[in-house]
Design a protein around this ligand. Structure first.
Ligand SMILES: Nc1ncnc2c1ncn2[C@@H]1O[C@H](COP(=O)(O)OP(=O)(O)O)[C@@H](O)[C@H]1O
Ligand SMILES: [Mg+2]
Length: 225
């Protein structure tokens, strides 16, 4: 099996002042195989989001190596990282992070633009994805005209737009009620089962974590399992 993520010895330090240094990541190794659905659990402040930001090329580690979809990130220039991020990585955040002035359809199409998709292909693919997440009838709605669960479905469709190697979901149901949360998780599980989409999911919910392929547990910037 191919690894989508190969991380070794990742360290991240935040220097707040000369005496206040936070070791957000303290030597983390992690491999994610293609087609896997991996859950990351751990208390608040244990380094989960820092790890997701590094995997998502939004931030760089201070030490360690990271290979994503076969490409070594160590000496990647910012511009190359930006391109790679748009093409290879889908993000789903707790706060949805849709652009308020754009419709559901336009939010999804914009990801295609960043990923280098031809203009003529963007609309058709975005509509297909809206169908896939069950929101075809809401394509012209702006984010504030959609419920939280619907916004997260749009965010999932946006994350899928460029057929990413992996989708990184950082507490994607943190702002949703229990029923909607389960629907969103079920949608991600379905995409994993049926389309072999690889997921890395940060969750507080042990019920959700326990039927994932792998559970990674973080504590104080380290993996404890
Ligand atoms: N930008 C930052 N500047 C300073 N400290 C940070 C920053 N981001 C995170 N931290 C610190 O790093 C540690 C890990 O944070 P984080 O990765 O957000 O944890 P989690 O997502 O598991 O709650 C925490 O102690 C947090 O306060
Ligand atoms: Mg976090």
């Amino acid at each position: 099996m191919k690894n989508v993520i190969e991380a070794k010895g990742l360290k991240k330090i935040y220097k707040m002042s000369k005496t206040n240094i936070v070791h957000a990541l303290n030597g983390v190794d992690l491999n994610v195989e293609e087609g896997e659905f991996t859950a990351i659990i751990g208390p608040s402040g244990s380094g989960k989001s820092t790890l997701m930001h590094i995997f998502g090329l939004l931030d760089k580690p201070d030490e360690g190596t990271l290979i994503i979809d076969g490409i070594d990130m160590s000496d990647l220039k910012d511009k190359e990282a930006y391109k790679l991020r748009a093409k290879k990585i889908g993000f789903v955040f707790q706060g949805f992070n849709l652009i308020p002035a754009l419709s559901a359809l336009e939010n999804i199409m914009l990801a295609g633009k960043y990923g280098g998709m031809k203009m003529s292909e963007r609309k058709q693919r975005a509509i297909e994805l809206l169908k896939l997440v069950g929101l075809e009838s809401r394509m012209n709605h702006k984010p504030n005209e959609l419920s939280g669960g619907q916004q997260q479905r749009v965010a999932i469709a946006r994350a899928l737009m460029n057929k990413p190697a992996i989708i990184l979901a950082d507490e994607p149901t943190g702002e949703l009620d229990t029923k909607t949360s389960l629907e969103i998780i079920e949608l991600m599980k379905k995409l994993n089962r049926e389309d072999k989409q690889t997921f890395l999911l940060v969750t507080h919910n042990m019920e959700v974590a326990k039927d994932c392929n792998k559970i990674v547990e973080m504590r104080d910037g380290k993996r404890v399992s």
